[in-house]
Write a protein that binds this ligand. Structure first.
Ligand SMILES: NC(=O)c1ccc[n+]([C@@H]2O[C@H](COP(=O)([O-])OP(=O)(O)OC[C@H]3O[C@@H](n4cnc5c(N)ncnc54)[C@H](OP(=O)(O)O)[C@@H]3O)[C@@H](O)[C@H]2O)c1
Length: 326
């Protein structure tokens, strides 16, 4: 898929040849499954700061089969192997991708393709956001606990011994309640006061994707706020992200401390850490320690339908594109 204009209807199917230079240094992976999420929808409508210029292929993560490897490849990879990965720049919504071997993580046999494809971007984001909180115990708040990243973050927080409180609207309340000790409706004007009351002065940390200023009030002195995104109304996503990013960076030493968690940046700069994280998440899903969302498998070729279906997706459903019917 390639975004030819910033309108979902202009996302077109293109066939492109990979350049020889990239082929020689990179692995070739036949993508069988790739997740579609909110970030893709933002990028396709021109609202995503990291892909402001049209002509790119959306999608950050994938599951596929290695077709070719360069000479200096890590020993745990071989041709024909099932692998997954997250790209530092979008490009996974394709049937064949050229990718650095250091980004590839073996998919264990016990995981189904579509389930495995729900894991990389969302669960790794949740895990790194939790790491960035840098707290060891107490109650933490997960904004949008019924959402794709939020459900993973709530579960991971619980497995690490935190009490997880979540926010959700009535629409995703029940899904959020599966993974959290308590759910607060973010539409209720008193939700922050209710959290302060329930926690006797605030949570030790919060993971937020809305960019809200008021969420700072939920955090007790010395606590930390991790931002994974900065919200913004459609059409203003890029400016909201740029402004939110700058403000959060400046608030590094403010009260509460703020940190930004950007998985594309971590994947680009900390590959061994990213590979360990994804591998561990696959194991936890296989053991049943973490529950994945329900994949809704859709052909990659029906791209605009898949984008449209995100609006009506039930809480706990994840759209997984497949190339296998092509
Ligand atoms: N930093 C990174 O590397 C990274 C990686 C992946 C995604 N992201 C970003 O993270 C964000 C969330 O992604 P996602 O895939 O989890 O989206 P998602 O599945 O749509 O989940 C978002 C959740 O947020 C809730 N929500 C909506 N408005 C809210 C508000 N005002 N206050 C609190 N919660 C609210 C929604 O709850 P209701 O359904 O109840 O309304 C929904 O469940 C997106 O902006 C995405 O671009 C960042």
């Amino acid at each position: 898929m390639r975004v030819e204009g910033f309108d979902p209807m202009q996302t077109t199917v293109v066939r492109e040849r990979l350049s020889r230079r990239r082929q020689s240094r990179h692995a070739l992976v036949h993508v069988t499954h790739a997740s579609m999420g909110v970030t893709d929808a933002m990028a396709v409508r021109g609202d995503y700061l990291l892909h402001p210029i049209r002509g790119f292929t959306p999608g950050y993560d994938f599951v596929g089969v290695i077709e070719r490897l360069p000479a200096d490849t890590p020993p745990d990879l071989h041709v024909g192997q099932r692998v997954a990965g997250i790209l530092p720049r979008m490009g996974a919504h394709a049937s064949l991708i050229s990718v650095a071997p250091s980004l590839l993580v073996p998919v264990p046999d016990f995981l189904d393709d579509a389930i495995a494809a729900t894991v990389p971007l969302d669960a790794v984001t949740a895990l790194f956001a939790l790491d960035a909180l840098a707290v060891e115990s107490g109650t933490i708040l997960v904004q949008g606990a019924g959402g794709a990243v939020g459900a993973w973050a709530s579960q991971l927080a619980t497995t690490r011994g935190f009490t997880a409180y979540g926010t959700a609207s009535p629409r995703s309340h029940d899904h959020a309640a599966r993974f959290t000790a308590s759910v607060f409706d973010y539409n209720d004007a008193t939700w922050i006061d209710r959290i302060l009351e329930a926690t006797d002065g605030g949570v030790v940390g919060a993971i937020d994707h809305t960019g809200s200023r008021s969420v700072r009030r939920t955090i007790r002195p010395g606590g930390r706020l991790v931002r994974t995104a900065f919200g913004g109304t459609p059409g203003r996503g890029r400016s909201s992200t740029a402004a939110g990013f700058a403000t959060s960076a400046l608030r590094r030493y403010a009260q509460p401390h703020e940190r930004i968690c950007s998985v594309p940046i971590i994947v680009a700069t900390q590959r061994p850490r990213y590979r360990r994280a994804l591998s561990g998440l696959f194991t936890a899903v296989g053991k049943g320690t973490l529950l994945p969302p329900q994949p809704r498998v859709t052909p990659l070729a029906a791209y605009t339908d898949a984008l449209a279906s995100m609006v009506g997706a039930a809480p706990g459903e994840k759209i997984i594109l497949t190339t296998s019917e092509e």
